[in-house]
Write a protein of this length. Structure first.
Length: 235
């Protein structure tokens, strides 16, 4: 099935009181066929644990990477699995090399854990600064993009360097689609690294990471597909 196609609650292993599958997105669950395959691999692992961990697991992992890479239209060697989207974003932001005057740009509707991650980085990284793009929803995508460009202009007028911008595909609260394609393009034109929090993206909306050409794209697959998360980078 294609991204964004609807599945009834009957396709999931949910109790009868949960009729709206969209309400399980915080922690996610998988369709019944995915659970069946999961149990198959659990049985395979339990049948020969040593063989599975030493030999079989790595082959299955590479096959899974190839599968999600094909879905997202990205080379396999640019795609790895991570614990969850927030930890993947942490891997990216904590491993960039920051210099005096560098700025992390983020947005008003950032996921709370990601904002705390940035706060931690500011506390532990000398001379690093964070700036937030301000807006109030509901608003148009034009407003969000224009406010971003205005903030970039202001940061540079103060003699600082916008190093990386962190933004969503779909905001977690409220659930609105973000203009991530336009923001990625603007980052590229401005020489700013783009780091996309796509936690609610995979399986929800069509994604072509080759065309998007973001520097870093991190997503959860457990929201709508299975219990995995990924990090894709073109850097």
């Amino acid at each position: 099935m294609s991204a964004g196609d609807s599945l009834s609650a009957a396709a999931y292993v949910l109790n009868d009181q949960i009729a709206d599958i969209s309400r399980q997105g915080s922690f996610g669950t998988y369709p019944a066929p995915v659970q069946t395959v999961l149990h198959k691999y659990q049985s395979l692992a339990e049948a020969a644990p040593d063989k599975f961990m030493r030999y079989t697991y790595s082959l299955l992992l590479d096959a899974a990477r190839a599968s999600i890479a094909a879905q997202l239209k990205v080379p396999v060697d640019e795609c790895v699995f991570t614990q969850n989207a927030t930890s993947g974003i942490g891997v990216v932001l904590r491993n960039l090399v920051y210099e005096r005057g560098d700025v992390i740009v983020y947005f008003d509707t950032i996921y709370g854990a990601c904002e705390k991650l940035i706060a931690s980085l500011i506390e532990t990284t000398p001379n690093l600064v964070a700036r937030k793009v301000r807006y109030e929803l509901p608003c148009t995508h034009d407003v969000i993009v224009n406010n971003f460009l205005e903030l970039v202009k202001q940061i540079r007028s103060e003699g600082m360097n916008p190093k990386v911008a962190l933004f969503d595909t779909i905001v977690s609260m409220p659930g609105v689609r973000f203009p991530f394609e336009r923001l990625t393009a603007e980052c590229k034109k401005a020489g700013i690294l783009s780091c996309i929090d796509g936690a609610h993206g995979v399986g929800h909306i069509p994604l072509d990471l080759r065309s998007l050409d973001a520097d870093f794209f991190i997503s959860n697959c457990h929201k709508l597909i299975s219990n995995t998360c990924l990090l894709s980078t073109s850097c």
